[in-house]
Design a binder for this molecule. Structure first.
Ligand code: ATP
Ligand code: MG
Length: 425
């Protein structure tokens, strides 16, 4: 026997029973970003490895351990995109869009990271990414947060989501803080977990993000970036906080929130839930005012966030509200010429009623079985073309949900008029 090939670990199939919820979530996302005036961009799933290495940061988890990197047939090093921001900036620079005033963009699609698969953490996962370029003031930070909040509302998420907020300040404030942080942590070097010991030399700020308990204890007393902010950084963060107060959006300031990518500056935020165990962050973002320049463009302020779709789906599945997509019409017919007639009538109905689902029974099931399938499809109406109907150029209508409505037979030429009346009545 041939051994069957399975999907790659951590990369999920979406089955018909689950794709309904996916589409529901995707539709709401599209409506929401549209309502904020954002435009869609699409970038390739593969990029040059260098794009991510340089811009996400060599010593970040993503680049160091999680990226799918391979050589193509020309010997070029390519990577499956682990996130979307670097690609979005590349697109903007390559097509000259970042010199054309304020840009508001969104994208949705799969990202790839070689992580340990578990609930809410996969090797292929979907993100909605939102980016805005060209606005320095805190208004746009607020718009980002409003947009994410609108998503939770429009998705009718019942799980409480908490907005956590921090500022990473300007690079000048980070330099002073980093010096003191490294001095402090060096005193505890041998008590830190292994990863953090290594990061002490490569990326000390990331130690603040460690999940190791012993390390966390040490971090609690570490110098806080908040205390090193220069006036510019303080003023920006104040505007964000005051804006959130004015908009009535609750938040918690979390000084340990540092984000896993090097390009962030000023405001960073995460929406966190208590319902998904360790995979608590459903949405994360912040400002990255230096990235565009770093990538070869003119200095351009920017802000964005990414939301993980699987974690949103997990939360919606916990709510156990089923979203059904029943058929509207089920065509029951005899095989042969009546079947062809049924396919033809179904085509006519679909052309006229573009939002209806019309299913034609195919194959060799008898009438009894076809009616069973019609019932299961959720259709309100079965249209029957048996041998007799075929010969008489009629069809029989059977109401599947409302037993008070009697079965009737009409001429095939009257079908559209009948359905139009049924829809408006
Ligand atoms: P985490 O701390 O959970 O690893 P992260 O900081 O690596 O998250 P980001 O790079 O900011 O995550 O990605 C934004 C969002 O994308 C996350 O908040 C999460 O919802 C989702 N996400 C990230 N990695 C994964 C993954 N491996 N599987 C599923 N969703 C993910
Ligand atoms: Mg991660």
């Amino acid at each position: 026997m041939v051994e069957s090939i399975q999907a790659i670990r951590g990369m999920n199939d979406v089955l018909p029973k689950d794709s309904v919820l996916w589409r529901h979530v995707e539709n709401i996302i599209r409506q929401t970003v549209y309502s904020f005036g954002y435009d869609e961009i699409r970038t390739p799933i593969l990029e040059k490895t260098e794009l991510f290495k340089r811009n996400i940061g060599e010593s970040t988890d993503i680049v160091e351990k999680e990226m799918y990197v391979f050589e193509d047939r020309n010997g070029d090093s390519l990577a499956l995109r682990p996130e979307g921001t670097a690609s979005a900036v590349r697109l903007g620079l390559e097509h000259g869009l970042l010199n054309q005033g304020i840009q508001r963009w969104w994208y949705m699609g799969p990202m790839y990271r070689h992580e340990r698969p578990q609930k809410g953490r996969y090797r292929q996962f979907y993100q909605l990414g939102v980016e805005a370029f060209g606005v320095m003031s805190a208004d746009i930070d607020l718009e980002m947060i409003l947009l994410s909040q609108a998503l939770w509302r429009n998705l009718s998420l019942k799980a409480p989501l908490v907005l956590q907020l921090n500022t990473l300040g300007t690079s000048a404030s980070r330099v002073a803080h980093k010096k003191d942080l490294v001095a402090y942590l060096s005193r505890y070097r041998h008590e830190l977990d292994e990863d953090s010991q290594r990061r002490l030399d490569t990326n000390p700020l990331r130690i603040l993000d460690s999940k190791n308990e012993q390390t966390q204890k040490i971090i609690r007393e570490a110098p806080k970036l908040m205390d090193y902010l220069d006036d510019e950084a303080k003023a920006h963060f104040d505007s964000v906080c005051r804006g959130l107060d004015a908009l009535g959006i609750a938040y918690q300031i979390n000084p340990a929130l540092v984000r896993g990518l090097d390009y962030y500056t000023h405001t960073v935020f995460e929406w966190v839930t208590t319902e998904l165990g360790a995979q608590a962050t459903v949405c994360a973002g912040g400002r990255y005012d230096t990235l565009v320049e770093q990538m070869g463009g003119r200095a351009t302020p920017a802000v964005g966030f990414a939301m993980g779709l699987e974690r949103i789906l997990l939360l919606l599945q916990l709510q156990e509200e089923s979203i059904a997509e029943p058929a509207d019409i089920y065509m029951v017919s005899s095989q042969g010429a009546p079947r062809l007639r049924a396919l033809e009538l179904a085509r006519t109905i679909r052309q006229e009623f573009k939002d209806w689902r019309v299913v034609t029974d195919c194959g060799d099931a008898g009438f009894k079985n076809q009616f069973k399938k019609a019932d299961k499809s959720g259709a309100r109406l079965a249209l029957i073309v048996g041998d007799e109907e075929y010969a008489q150029k009629t069809l029989t209508l059977k109401y599947l949900r409302d037993e008070t409505l009697a079965q009737s037979t009409i001429a095939q030429t009257e079908l559209l008029t009948f359905l139009q009346k049924a829809r408006s009545g």
